[in-house]
Design a protein around this ligand. Structure first.
Ligand code: PNS
Length: 160
C-alpha cells in the first residue's frame, strides 16, 4: 500500500473522546497522522497551546504513527510542508457540513494536491464538542466518558 500522510487540524480546546475516536480510526488507515493544533487563533482559548499539545500527547501516545504538532498560518501550507495528501476532518451532524464544505473547497483551491477526507466519530460522540465540554466544565457538570482522564483532571483543577 502507498504510504499516505494525513493531517488532522483543529483547536482541540480541549481534546475530547470524539477527537480520540477519530484519531484511532484514522491511525489504522493512514501511514502517518499529524494532529495539528492551530496557534494563531482569534478565539480566546480555555487552554493555552502548550497545555492542549500536552493533553494530546498524553492521550495519543499509544499510536506510534500519530504525531502531535502545531501550526501557524494556512493549513494548506502546513499540509504541503508535511507532504500530506489528506486533510482529515470529523463530521458529526449535517449542521457541520456547510462550514466543512467551505473549508474543504478553499483548501482545495490553495493546495489542489491535498484531499479533504471526512470521517464519522462513533455515534456516542456525535453530540460532543469542545465548546460543550468547556461549558459543562464551567458549570460544574460531569464529563466522565466524554473526555479522557488527563483532560478531566485539568478541568477539575481549573473549576474545582
Ligand atoms: O477545531 P476547529 O476550530 O473547527 O478547527 C478549525 C481549523 C483550525 C481547522 C481552521 O480554522 C484552519 O484550518 N485554520 C487555519 C487557517 C486557514 O488555513 N484558513 C483557511 C482555511 S479555509
Amino acid at each position: 500500500m502507498n504510504s499516505v500522510i494525513a493531517v488532522y487540524p483543529g483547536s482541540f480546546d480541549p481534546v475530547t473522546n470524539g477527537h480520540l475516536d477519530l484519531i484511532e480510526r484514522s491511525s489504522k488507515i493512514f501511514s502517518r497522522l499529524f494532529v495539528a493544533v492551530l496557534r494563531n487563533q482569534d478565539k480566546d482559548p480555555m487552554f493555552e497551546i502548550e497545555e492542549r499539545l500536552e493533553m494530546l500527547r498524553q492521550t495519543t501516545s499509544a499510536w506510534p504513527n500519530v504525531e502531535v504538532d502545531s501550526f501557524h498560518g494556512l493549513l494548506a501550507d502546513y499540509a504541503r510542508r508535511k507532504e500530506a495528501r489528506v486533510i482529515l476532518r470529523g463530521i458529526r451532524a449535517v449542521s457541520d457540513y456547510e462550514y466543512e464544505l467551505q473549508m474543504a473547497l478553499m483548501n482545495r483551491k490553495l493546495a489542489p494536491q491535498v484531499e479533504t477526507v471526512f470521517m464519522l466519530p462513533a455515534e456516542a460522540y456525535s453530540f460532543l464538542s469542545s465548546r460543550l465540554v468547556r461549558e459543562v466544565a464551567r458549570l460544574g457538570g460531569s464529563l466522565r466518558g466524554l473526555v479522557p482522564p488527563p483532560v478531566e483532571e485539568r478541568l477539575k483543577n481549573k473549576f474545582g
